[in-house]
Design a protein around this ligand. Structure first.
Ligand code: 3PG
Length: 303
């Protein structure tokens, strides 16, 4: 089988070597398409691929249509909003993700952004400490749980927003009310996937309900935040702050207007660590090899 790794933002070299060992060791062929700039390059590369490993690369209906032999796509990472699930399902293509494999890298970035914002983006001026502040964790999956543990280690109080009732949540202060989360927490860490239900869900009412000096850290997806609402809240409340790993559409304009109230990483770097690349890349390769060997679809997301 031909397994294509198509990554506009490539994995670290060691992760690619590891993927190659797994793929070739199982008797398959590895093809690499890295740092591509045009959609046409991806369309050509997938034409004879039986399996596809991607990161945030867009697997659209057009890509699926061009990939005549495609049997499985693995998104090496958590969020699979970049893959057209309906198009894959219609062509009987299995879609999987690699949950948890890059969570620690993202959680560490969330903490880093929180420190960066509370210290005036490392520019002169008096900042604030995280100890004794309260962080609200919006979404208690693999990343949210790690952010919570790291926040406790920093001396923070933690409030979890979750709509699941699970025993593992018992030792945490939890709320089912987003309004309560936003109105009582000094920091919010957004750790939910982008779905039709979550898109634009962090709106003006929630953002402007934050206490004085409130700061939102978004390492999830830009679509979750209502950009108009964010802009209005930042304009009305110069004490509010927003830091994100995925720049809003109007970031340049907003940066100009709001200065140190806002920050976006130049390119999404939540999962940009050697460890996360290795974990997610190798997991993706193993899942594909396993699928071809045994039909295992444990991590399928389009069942
Ligand atoms: C994810 O959903 O796993 C993260 O957003 C990582 O995305 P990336 O692989 O494009 O860095």
């Amino acid at each position: 089988m031909k397994i294509l790794v198509a990554t506009e933002k490539p994995f670290a070299g060691a992760a690619v070597n590891g993927i190659r060992e797994i793929v070739e060791g199982a008797g398959h062929e590895l093809a690499l398409l890295e740092k591509y700039t045009e959609k046409e390059q991806l369309l050509a590369a997938v034409a004879d691929a039986d399996a596809l490993i991607v990161r945030s690369d867009k697997v659209t209906a057009e890509v699926v249509e061009a990939a005549k032999q495609l049997k499985i796509v693995v998104r090496a990472g958590a969020g699979y909003d970049n893959v057209d699930l309906n198009a894959c399902t219609a062509k009987h293509v299995v879609v999987e993700n690699t949950p948890g494999q890059n969570s620690n890298a993202v959680a560490e970035l969330a903490i880093g952004l929180m420190i960066y914002m509370s210290r005036n983006q490392f520019t002169p001026g008096t900042g604030c400490e995280l100890s004794d502040k309260t962080i609200g964790i919006q979404g208690f999956g693999n990343i949210g749980q790690l952010v919570a543990k790291k926040a406790v280690a920093l001396g923070m109080n933690v409030l979890i927003f979750t709509n699941e009732i699970k025993e593992k949540h018992n030792r945490w202060n939890t709320t089912f009310s987003l309004q309560k989360l936003y109105s009582t927490c000094d920091f919010i860490s957004v750790n939910i996937p982008a779905t039709p239900f979550t898109k634009n869900s962090v709106n003006y009412d929630l953002i402007s309900a934050m206490p004085k000096g409130g700061c939102i850290i978004n390492t999830a997806r830009k679509e979750i935040i209502c950009e108009d609402g964010l802009e209005q809240a930042l304009a009305e409340r110069p004490d509010l702050k927003y830091a994100t790993d995925i720049a809003p559409v109007r970031y340049a304009e907003m940066k100009e207007k709001f200065g140190k109230q806002i920050y976006a990483t130049p390119k999404k770097q939540g999962a940009e660590t050697a460890e996360a690349n290795m974990n997610a890349g190798l997991a993706a390769a193993n899942q594909i090899v396993n699928y071809f060997a045994t039909g295992c679809t444990k991590f399928q997301v389009n069942k």
